[in-house]
Design a protein around this ligand. Structure first.
Ligand SMILES: *Cc1c(COP(=O)(O)O)cnc(C)c1O
Length: 373
């Protein structure tokens, strides 16, 4: 009898047991001293030096609880983006915000929608809340508004759209997001996950703030984990209608965001130059990587994020490439759990890492594309 089958001990509800645990990107290659971790969409430029200094300063007062309302941070975010701080909620990563929204709006029997290759955290959050995950088909590795709308039922409570999406890197133009928001029933919460918003340089893109400002059922989530380089501290936030903020403020931990995260987040927001440098680096190397990899004969999905989805012939070739690259210290993300076993996701790295990656991929393909290890 498996440990969770026993009738003689506490048992989690069925939704919990239906969750495949989230497996993060690998972070090491055994036996290699130098590696390039290109598996978790972390920034190669690191955090702002000001954020690091602010983080260190908190070390002198670790006995104090943080401000549970994260007031200074919400005001800093509000000032930076022109938002009302009262409608911002901060969390331990945007993952926590996603979990809180789901817990607040989905119960047993309710449905939450996301798309075929959508971010896996949505599925986990919906199941954890006892709800039913519903998958809307994508077209060409991109979310499709009509397919999402076709899945809406009276039981639908939340629709999650990562824009741009991880791991595909594709996005929906604001016109489509607006059409989705306008077409959804008013009781359905639309969560626009804009974790990579800063990286997107397209004119027809918007993180969705306009909608979160005006609609009664739209939330925009953001993170400090990606362009701000604070993934270790776990910090994210959302901009939401007042009634949604009220709901998730009731259920979040009273001190869910640490003092270190608050201090570093405020300093990171202030360092606009660092963000601009990161955008410029990404723009250059994202395009370079997509072009070079395509020239090698491997199709890539056009990405607007800080990562690229590389398509191999089949899952075997993707696995062989993963092993080959790992043996050279280049760690990519296998995305079989996203229904993409024939692909690997590559994060835009430093110049050195990017050049090493393209060189190693070329070598792999020259060796026949099935070199083992
Ligand atoms: C990385 C990522 C996040 C951010 O998660 P955090 O919990 O803030 O680190 C959110 N959504 C998507 C789609 C992501 O890829």
């Amino acid at each position: 009898m498996s440990p969770v089958d026993s009738g003689t001990r506490p048992r989690p509800h069925a939704g919990v047991l239906a969750i495949d645990p989230y497996i993060p990107g690998k972070s090491s290659a055994p036996g290699l001293a130098k590696i390039h971790k290109l598996s978790s969409n972390e920034t190669p430029l690191g955090a702002s030096p000001h954020a690091k200094a602010a983080y260190r300063d908190v070390g002198d007062s670790l006995e104090l609880y943080p401000d549970g309302a994260a007031t200074d941070l919400r005001e800093a975010i509000g000032a930076r983006f022109g938002l009302n701080p009262a409608r911002i909620v901060c969390g331990a990563g945007s993952d926590e915000i996603i979990a809180l929204l789901t817990k607040a709006y989905i119960g047993p029997g309710d449905e939450g929608i996301f798309t075929t290759h959508g971010f896996l955290v949505y599925r986990i959050a919906i199941l954890a809340a006892g709800g039913t995950p519903v998958i809307a088909h994508e077209k060409n590795f991109t979310a499709d508004v009509d397919e999402i709308l076709a899945e809406v039922t009276p039981k639908t409570k939340i629709v999650f759209v990562a824009n741009p999406n991880n791991p595909t890197g594709t996005y929906l133009p604001f016109g489509e997001i607006k059409r989705l928001a306008m077409s959804l029933p008013r009781h359905v919460l639309l969560v626009l996950d804009a974790a990579y918003a800063e990286y997107v340089t397209r004119n027809d893109y918007s993180p969705g703030l306009e909608l979160a400002l005006t609609a009664d059922n739209v939330v925009m989530t953001r993170t400090f984990s990606k362009i701000y380089g604070l993934a270790a501290l776990r910090l994210g936030w959302c901009y939401a209608p007042a009634h949604v903020c009220d709901a998730i403020n009731r259920i979040r931990g009273p001190f869910n965001v640490s003092s270190a995260a608050i201090a570093a987040g405020i300093a990171a927001l202030d360092d606009i130059e660092h963000v601009d440098r990161s955008i410029a680096h990404n723009e250059t190397w994202l395009n370079w990587l997509m072009t070079e990899i395509d020239h090698l004969g491997l199709p890539v999905t056009q990405s607007v994020g800080n990562f690229v989805l590389i398509h191999f012939r089949d899952p075997d070739e993707a696995r062989a490439a993963d092993a080959f690259l790992s043996s050279r210290g280049l760690i990519l993300r296998a995305v079989g759990a996203y229904g993409l076993p024939q692909c690997l996701r590559l994060t835009v790295g430093s110049e050195e890492a990017n050049r090493a990656l393209v060189g190693a991929l070329a070598e792999f393909l020259k060796s026949g594309g099935d070199a083992r290890g």
